[in-house]
Each structure stands twice: as C-alpha cells, then as structure tokens.
Design a binder for this molecule. Structure first.
Ligand code: MN
Length: 485
C-alpha cells in the first residue's frame, strides 16, 4: 500500500491547479460480466492517482476554497450483509481514517451534499469524457439554475475537463513512482524470461501466457497492465492479437507483448523469439534490423529531444534495412519520403508509460513536439510485420508528411481522412512490388521501457536480453515453472 502521504501531496498539487473552483471526480464502475458476476475491478487511474482508494462507486470532491472540508470522499457505506457477499468496504469511517478525507458521506448523499457546495461556484472540474457522470453533474447544475434566476447568485454553468491537469501531473514521475515503475519492469522482465524458457513447439499460446503471468503474480504483481499478446508465427502481424489460442509451431517465432502492473504502474515489454529456440537466418535478419532500429531510437531517446525524433530514428533505420533486404524498392531517400516503411511498420515507436500502459500526457506543447524531460517514462518499440497474405504489395508513389496525415486524421476523423488518403494515392499511382518469399509471415517487435533521469536514460526493462544470441541462450534454459501432467 503506497503511503497516504504521496496521495496527499498529489491532491495539494492538483488543488493548486484548479484555483478557486471545485473538482468532482468519479471512481470507475464495476462492469457486469453476467448475472451477478463482474469483470475484475480496477480503479480509474486518475481517481487512484489522487485518492489511493480502490473501491468502485465512489466520488472524490476536491474543493480548495472550502474552509473545513477541502477533500471529501463519497463511498459505499459499510453494510455487514452485503460485505459478507461482495467483500470489504472501507465505509465513510474508513474513508476518513485510512484515506485522509476531511469528511466522507455515503455515495447516496452525493446530490444532496453537492447542492450545498455548488452555490457561488462558477465552474466544475470533472472527467468530461465520462459522459454519464458529466451528464449527472450537468443535470444538477441545471436544477440549481433556479437559484441563480431567483436570487441572482452564481451557480456553476460549465464543466472543465480535468484531463489536461492529469496529463501534466502524471507525465512527470516522482522518485517514489519511479520505484514502482522499476519494480513493474523487473517483474515483467522475469516473466518474459520464463516465457522464453517455457516455450516449445506444441504448446498453445495461452499456456505460455500462463507460465509468464504466474511469474508476474508470484513476484508481487496483482494483475497485468493490459491483456497479454502471445502471438505465434503470422499472428504476430495482428498488432492487438489477444486470442492467444493457437498452437505454437516448430520453426515459427513467438511475439509476446505483456507487462505486469505493480502498485498501479504498468510495464510494457515486447520480445520476439524462436519457438524451437533457434532463429532461422531470415528470422534473425529481420530481428537484427528491428533491434538496430531500437538501438538507433535509444541513442536519440535522451533529455531535450522529442518522441517524434525517436520515431524518425527508428524509421530511418528500418527504411534503410528494408530497401537493403529487397523488401522495398529504393532508392532509400525516395522510399523514406514516400513513407513506404508503413507497409511493414504501421505503428509509432513509443508512447508514455505509467499508471496506464498508454499513459496520460501530451506529445506536443503549444503545437510543437514536446521535449523529453527528467521524470518522463516511455516505450521504444519498433517492429516489422511481413504478412504472409501479401506476397505482392502495392506501393503508392506519393510523397507526403506522415505527421500532416496524422493531424488530418485527428481533425477530420478517420473515415473522412481515409477517403482523402485513398484519393490522393489513387491520383499518384502505384508500383507493384513482389516481396522476397523467404521473409513472408515474419513479425518482430522489440519493446523496452525508458525513463529519463538526471544521469541520462535508464532502460527499466533492460535486464531482459534483446541480443539474439542471448535470447537463444535464454530459450535453451530449463524452465522454472513446471509443465504439469
Ligand atoms: Mn507499448
């Protein structure tokens, strides 16, 4: 249990940022799986970040202008019979005694208490993306309008999204948070190492997942940061493959993208290794190209540069390598200007990492890419995916700025932007290009977690090897987890 003092410090910072306004923040709700069975509950990260309170059906009110009760929690009250069925509740007593609230009320009293607090306020900060809760607040504000009409006293007339505040706060990790991130990285690395030892032809992907996640749990991680991707052979070319139900075949690669969560911090590691323990020459070739791209990206991933620069470094290496292997037509700078690498590397090189695997934080500041600073944590994860279903690719002969296309997608929406992209490609024409068949069906991604520190970048997941010889050596080790039956 993280010490309450850290949550109190975050709340103090948050309250500074909302000034004289009031923030009303909802906890996550339980999701029904069927009947009276729920999906495993995991608190909303923003809510957790400020409260450390892990129960559903709660609301936190942060109200720096209030003289006696600047921090109030609304929680499920204690109820012996319900708790016998559904588990422990802190109740209003616990919310004050254990979680540092100045006052606490049963969640059923939320509207009643809020009515007394909203008079005289101009705006309410909340998670506007949580539509149901935002609507509830809007209804309450509308009801209070009659007070404004009758007596001319102000009531809040707008909601302000809290996301920009959390984006800034959560992007910079404190020493204490870094300890948890490091631990998540270590635990995840240990699980991945076990997956390499455990894997052999004939097992199913979910069985390898079980061995890996067993290590996560045993080493102190209560849950995964996201559903594990355990993708054998061509499944690696499906970026968010989570079925994990295929049999592992001799001669294929296995791509595993998985991370353990520790104290609400997630790691995010991908490794790709041979199922039978030995890379084929073609697999090793693609693997070494991806590794080269990761190393090129690492060399740029330092204080003062940008995530875009990190991506450009890996794209440069991958483009050059793909042309060199005959997977793209040259010359290299033409392929680069036409972004042909996107046939094989269709995602970014990294993202912020923290409480959520794709963590809060903006990638730009005042319209420009933001600089990497001490305390920021992010992934570096180039990949190459050569689908077995496309022995011939159609390359658009169009030079374009990928960043401009991304911006257009965000501004116009994906559907409209895609129509424009198709039209522009059609207008530019295509080159049909036949791929060397020996590389078909190979998908490789290598992903580590970087933290920018005072003394330079730190690889939080570097204890897990990426060198292909070291990976093969790890695959040859005897598994720690027994294969039962
Ligand atoms: Mn990732």
């Amino acid at each position: 249990m993280t010490d309450q003092i850290f949550f109190a410090a975050r709340r103090a910072d948050f309250m500074d940022r909302i000034g004289g306004d009031i923030a009303i923040l909802p906890a996550a709700s339980e999701a029904v799986r069927n009947d009276d069975v729920h999906h495993p509950f995991r608190q909303n990260s923003d809510f957790w970040y400020l409260t450390g309170f892990a129960e559903p059906d709660a609301v936190a009110v942060l109200d720096p202008a209030h003289p006696d009760e600047p921090y109030v929690l609304f929680v499920r009250p204690k109820d012996r019979e319900t708790e016998t069925w559904d588990g422990y509740r802190s109740g209003v007593e616990g919310a004050v005694a254990e979680y540092g609230a100045d006052a606490a009320y049963p969640i059923a009293d939320l509207d009643k208490v809020l009515r007394t607090r909203l008079g005289g306020r101009r705006a309410v900060y909340t998670a506007t993306s949580q539509h149901q809760f935002a609507q509830r607040l809007t209804r309450l504000m509308t009801a209070l309008r009659s007070v404004a009409v009758r007596y001319g006293r102000p009531v809040p007339d707008r909601l302000i999204d809290t996301s920009p505040i959390f984006d800034e706060m959560r992007l910079y990790k404190t020493a204490d948070e870094i300890d948890s991130l490091r631990r998540a990285g270590d635990i995840s690395a240990a699980g991945h190492a076990e997956a390499m030892r455990f894997t052999k032809p004939g097992l199913f992907e979910y069985q390898v997942a079980a061995a890996m996640e067993y290590v996560f749990r045993i080493k102190g991680s209560r849950r995964d940061g996201y559903p594990s991707i355990v993708a054998g052979g061509a499944n690696a070319c499906i970026l968010h493959y989570t079925e994990n139900d295929s049999e592992l075949r001799d001669g294929d690669l296995l791509l595993i993208d998985a991370g353990a969560e520790y104290e609400y911090f997630s790691a995010d590691i991908t490794r790709t290794f041979p199922i039978n323990g030995r890379f084929t020459p073609e697999q090793r070739t693609i693997y070494e190209l991806v590794l080269g791209a990761q190393l090129a990206a690492f060399s740029v991933a330092v204080e003062g540069t940008t995530m875009r620069a990190v991506h450009e470094a890996s794209v440069d290496t991958i483009t050059e390598g793909l042309v060199g292997l005959g997977l793209l037509p040259g010359p290299i700078d033409r392929a680069r200007r036409m972004n042909h690498y996107r046939e094989f590397f269709m995602h970014g090189t990294g993202h912020w990492l923290g409480h959520d695997v794709h963590d809060s934080g903006t990638y730009g500041l005042d319209g420009k890419p933001r600089h990497l600073e001490v305390g920021m944590s992010f992934t570096v994860e180039p990949g190459i995916y050569i689908s077995s279903e496309r022995p011939t690719i159609k390359l658009p002969l169009l030079e374009y700025d990928q960043e401009e296309w991304t911006e257009r997608r965000l501004m116009l929406g994906a559907t409209a932007a895609k129509e424009l992209e198709v039209a522009e490609r059609e207008a530019a024409g295509f080159e049909e290009f036949e791929l060397p068949t020996q590389f078909l069906g190979i998908g490789v991604r290598i992903e580590d977690d970087i933290l920018i520190t005072e003394s330079g970048p730190e690889n939080l997941t570097g204890s897990l090897p990426t060198d292909p010889d070291e990976v093969e050596a790890l695959c040859a080790e005897t598994p720690t987890v027994p294969l039962l039956g």
